[in-house]
Design a protein around this ligand. Structure first.
Ligand code: B12
Length: 210
């Protein structure tokens, strides 16, 4: 059902992809299924980038398609879930790293599942996370990073949160394509998530009453 959406996204056919996403929604396809299909497409686009078949403009176009499809889905899901305000989650990409497609999917999934999310953006130094925690008072903090150097930034961020005396009050999850259990241990996070749906599950378990 979603194959043609994946195909059009991977082949950079923007208008067709958006039209197909709309059609799937009109047919009553679960928005989460559509989102998963988008993730699958992004993975293939990523692989093509790595192998030299695709270049920066392709990645940007893929990101743009994902953004537009997310916007299409958001109001529909929000309407259903608006009453289920579950708790606050702070998200951001750590210092030195500008990748945000994955983080944006996590933000989107959490929001559409009733969590109040503050996304502080990309390349955020530890002190910005600390400031945002003090101001927003989340119960869960999610750190995103795709570069190897992001692991060091994640560690520094968690150390800064500890130094500010805020560590006890929050749970910290980390994510990003290369993050593993070992990275979790290295950084001092409470958990890592291999994908956005696992991140949502974790957050629900921690603060969503499930
Ligand atoms: C797209 C992309 C880009 C885009 C990013 C656009 C954007 N707005 O994000 C652009 C072109 C800008 C880019 C730039 C660079 N990139 Co790049 N990029 C990628 C690529 C191809 C795909 C990443 C992606 O979006 N994947 C799709 C999303 C959906 O997956 P995801 O991010 O993993 O997210 C999922 C999960 O991990 C999880 N998740 C993610 N974050 C979080 C957070 C939490 C809390 C939770 C719970 C879950 C979670 O949920 C998401 C959905 O399921 C990867 C290759 C790869 N295999 O990852 C390289 C890759 C990450 N990039 C790489 C590099 C080297 C760079 C550059 C340094 C290149 C350069 N020389 O300029 C710069 C980085 C500059 C910087 N300072 O950050 C390397 C990193 C190598 C390394 N070991 O560090 C990779 C691995 C490519 C490679 N094999 O060489 N990149």
């Amino acid at each position: 059902m979603t194959e043609s959406l994946i195909h059009t996204m991977v082949e950079m056919q923007e208008a067709e992809a958006l039209q197909r996403a709309k059609q799937l929604l009109d047919e009553g396809t679960d928005p989460l299924t559509i989102l998963k299909a988008c993730s699958t497409a992004m993975e293939t686009v990523g692989k093509r980038f790595e192998s030299g078949e695709y270049f920066l403009p392709n990645l940007m176009l893929a990101g743009e398609m994902l953004k537009q499809i997310s916007e299409m889905i958001k109001p529909l899901v929000r309407e259903e879930k608006i009453e289920a305000e579950r708790g606050r989650v702070l998200l951001g990409t750590v210092k030195g790293d500008i990748h945000d497609i994955g983080k944006n999917i996590v933000t989107f999934l959490l929001e559409t599942n009733g969590f109040e999310v503050r996304d502080i953006g990309i390349d955020q130094p530890p002190e910005k996370f600390v400031e945002a925690i003090e101001d927003f008072q989340p119960r869960v903090v999610g750190l995103s990073g795709l570069l190897t150097l992001a692991f060091e930034s994640m560690k520094e961020t968690i150390q800064a949160i500890e130094a500010a005396g805020l560590r006890e009050e929050i749970r910290i999850m980390i994510g990003g394509a290369q993050v593993t259990e070992k990275v979790k241990e290295y950084t001092g996070a409470d958990a890592y998530s291999p994908d956005a749906v696992a991140g949502l599950r974790l957050t629900k378990r921690w603060i969503g009453g499930q």
